[in-house]
Write a protein that binds this ligand. Structure first.
Ligand SMILES: CC(C)(COP(=O)(O)OP(=O)(O)OC[C@H]1O[C@@H](n2cnc3c(N)ncnc32)[C@H](O)[C@@H]1OP(=O)(O)O)[C@@H](O)C(=O)NCCC(=O)NCCS
Length: 147
């Protein structure tokens, strides 16, 4: 499901989401998986465009009373301009409105930029998940309460 109304066609969007995803993150979804997320009732995607170019996105999975950020990315040339925070804030407001109580995510313990970013956006570390991204790579499980 899309939170964004200025929609690209699903095929075009899936292609752009996949490209942004694969250049920036260790967990990569195929174009077909992105298409499934676009049409799914259990996942929500929001994204930002600069003219026709996709410059960032957020993908969350809905659970009973919470949501989990599966993927979040801002194009390298557009970082540190608050776009990532805008994506989180809009999504958090929407999730609160549909009665979700908290948001979770997992992030590599070495991704210091993202950890600082999430802390600034009111997430806190709940626990360390050992070997989450393979034997040599741990993750922090982080959580933000929605009020
Ligand atoms: C994490 C990410 C989404 C942040 O997006 P962004 O649009 O650059 O973030 P914002 O501009 O909203 O940044 C807000 C805060 O994040 C932190 N931050 C962002 N870029 C940073 C950098 N290069 N170095 C240190 N801190 C940084 C800062 O705390 C910043 O606040 P400040 O400017 O007041 O210090 C982006 O860096 C990204 O796409 N990274 C690659 C993918 C990734 O790691 N995703 C998360 C994996 S779970």
């Amino acid at each position: 499901m899309l939170l964004h109304y200025q929609s690209l066609s699903p095929t075009h969007l899936a292609e752009h989401l996949h490209t942004c995803n694969k250049t920036n993150l260790p967990v990569v979804y195929s174009q077909d998986e992105w298409k499934t997320f676009i049409h799914s009732q259990t996942h929500i995607i929001d994204y930002k465009l600069d003219n026709e170019k996709l410059i960032g996105y957020i993908l969350v999975q809905l659970n009973n009373n919470s949501a989990h950020i599966c993927s979040l990315c801002v194009d390298t040339n557009y970082r540190n301009k608050n776009f990532g925070s805008q994506l989180i804030t809009k999504m958090a407001n929407f999730l609160h409105k549909i009665n979700k109580n908290f948001i979770t995510l997992n992030v590599q313990t070495t991704n210091t930029v993202a950890i600082k970013f999430y802390k600034k956006n009111n997430f806190h570390i709940v626990e360390t998940l050992q070997h989450y991204y393979g034997y040599f790579s741990n993750a922090y499980h982080m959580k933000r309460i929605l009020t």
